[in-house]
Ligand binder design. Structure first.
Ligand code: SF4
Length: 513
């Protein structure tokens, strides 16, 4: 390590745009990373005969990060992106999987080897208010890592003590991140949010790392401050040859700073590719939904229709079978026996999903209907019940055999037999998407979705099922898609303002700068 700020390290710098091409080796390579937490796993639980329940926070993530690039990892709150970042740094122990850093197996490291890795790979946390110890001065915070790692090992030749060297280094770093060396003896509460995040960045730089996980580094900050911090991160990357894993829920920020993007849903990567490809031609319906949630600066686009993505994020304790996104996907594939407008199929699936998750009971619906009659005599008429359910789940436009089946299920439901109603719907409307989990496929721009299935993993699906729902994306028989509401243009479909906004802060309206 140099005495001054970290030296420019051009031996590690890639150009980002070329990441992954030309035989360049990744600096970080993650394969099959899993992080499960277990509930009901105490001795007491075992004595009571309770089965442990796994919570799959990260469930088989593959990633590569190339030297000098920024890989964005995006997804809703709770999708496992922060756990991924912390687990690959060994801040949490993985349940399974391998992480190779500069060719070395991080999961097998211990002792000096692990200490060396921790010097080369750092992290900046999301919350600049809670991530800094309020009892320490910023000088002590920034130089803490130097002390822990005994840097420098010997006193320098210029007569300074090791402590003085560390203090000078902390001053240099504070200045490098846009603060004043005079502020070294101040405490975190004397700084604004943006200034505290600068302190957090200075702390991450102290050990002269090559790789930094930036865990939502701007999401707790005001929009104007976000732009300043993003600019600072870009400058530091250029000056010091840093490689970033940039975790965010805000796609507009990701577009600004990342070379490539990995989109996560419920502990898995569902799409990955160069940033421009992801933004201009997203493949996965979830990515489309995330993109639709990004505020647009242009006047023409401000009035565009933004539909709410149906359903809640499923629990990682009990993720849906097959494709985990199927309970919310606007393009969920219909079985060959069903051919109805996609919005109505989605409505049927929403009804079934709510019943399977025990999201409501027939009794609760009757009580709501009664309360709407405001004390008047109310007769529990199944016709009224069914009408209310059709309205609630957008099923009013159904006709023919499909409507008959749904009416049957609603009649069963009105009589309080929720499980039987769900079974009736499952028998008639089960989607191929719930049978097999799609895998990430497609090379540099890959997606895990049966709509983009390749022959290898699609072999178990009925090709007719896939073609039936593709709405022109290679569908075998155009006549079967005539009535579909599946947009040809990715990103123009019904999507959400409910995703990508986990309430951390306002989102920048123009890429954050
Ligand atoms: S596999 Fe099916 S449910 Fe999953 S994203 Fe693709 S179309 Fe939607």
């Amino acid at each position: 390590m140099s005495e001054s700020a970290p030296a420019e390290r051009d031996d590690h710098v890639g150009d980002g745009s070329a990441a992954g091409s030309g035989g360049e080796k990744p600096l970080l390579e993650v394969r099959g990373l899993r992080k499960y937490y277990y509930e009901n796993d105490s001795l007491f639980d075992r004595l009571l005969g309770r089965e442990p329940t796994s919570v799959k926070a990260v469930d088989g993530v593959d990633l590569e990060v190339y030297p000098g690039e920024t890989l964005g990892v995006v997804g809703e709150s709770g999708c496992g992106k922060s756990t991924t970042g912390e687990t690959l740094l060994r801040l949490r122990e993985a349940t399974e999987g391998t992480v190779r850093f500069d060719g070395e197996d991080v999961m097998e490291m211990s002792g000096d080897e692990l200490t060396r890795f921790r010097k080369r790979a750092g992290i900046v946390f999301q919350d600049p208010f809670s991530s800094l110890d309020p009892r320490m001065t910023v000088g002590d915070i920034v130089s803490e890592g130097l002390k822990i790692h005994n840097v420098p090992e010997e006193s320098p030749d210029d007569g300074r003590s090791k402590r003085e060297w560390r203090r000078d280094r902390a001053k240099e770093l504070l200045e490098r991140v846009g603060l004043s060396a005079d502020q070294i003896d101040r405490y975190p509460h004397e700084f604004s949010g943006g200034q505290r995040q600068r302190v957090g960045i200075a702390r991450a730089l102290a050990l002269d790392p090559e790789f930094i996980v930036l865990d939502e580094p701007v999401s707790a900050l005001d929009v104007s401050v976000q732009a300043q911090i993003l600019n600072l991160l870009e400058d530091l990357q250029e000056d010091f040859g840093l490689t970033y894993l940039f975790i965010a829920h805000d796609l507009s920020v990701v577009r600004h700073i990342c070379d490539r993007v990995a989109v996560m849903y419920l502990g898995e990567v569902v799409e990955t590719g160069p940033t421009d490809d992801i933004f201009e031609s997203p493949k996965h319906p979830y990515t489309e939904a995330l993109l639709e949630s990004v505020p647009r600066a242009s006047v023409e686009e401000q009035g565009r229709r933004v539909d709410a993505l149906p359903g809640d994020v499923p629990s990682p304790r009990n993720p849906p079978s097959g494709c985990h996104f199927r309970t919310r996907c606007p393009k969920v594939i219909q079985p060959a026996t069903v051919d109805i407008p996609q919005e109505q199929y989605r409505g049927v699936m929403n009804l079934r999903d709510r019943l399977e998750r025990q999201g409501f009971t027939a009794e609760s619906v009757w009580e709501t209907l009664e309360s709407e009659h405001d004390g008047e005599d109310f007769e529990r008429d199944p016709v009224v019940f069914k009408r209310a359910m059709r309205e609630e789940f957008d099923l009013a436009g159904l006709s023919g055999a499909t409507m008959d089946t749904v009416e049957d299920a609603l009649e069963i439901l009105a009589n309080g037999r929720e499980e039987e109603a769900a079974d009736r719907l499952r028998d008639a409307f089960a989607s191929p998407c719930e049978e097999e989990e799609p895998v990430l496929t497609g090379g540099e721009h890959a997606a895990a979705c049966h709509l983009f299935a390749d022959e290898e993993y699609d072999r178990d699906l009925d090709p007719e099922d896939v073609g039936n729902a593709m709405g022109g994306i290679g569908a075998p028989d155009p006549s079967t898609t005539a009535d579909r509401d599946v947009p040809d243009d990715p990103g123009s479909g019904g999507t959400s303002d409910a995703v990508g906004s986990d309430g951390d802060t306002d989102e920048p309206d123009d890429n954050g700068r």
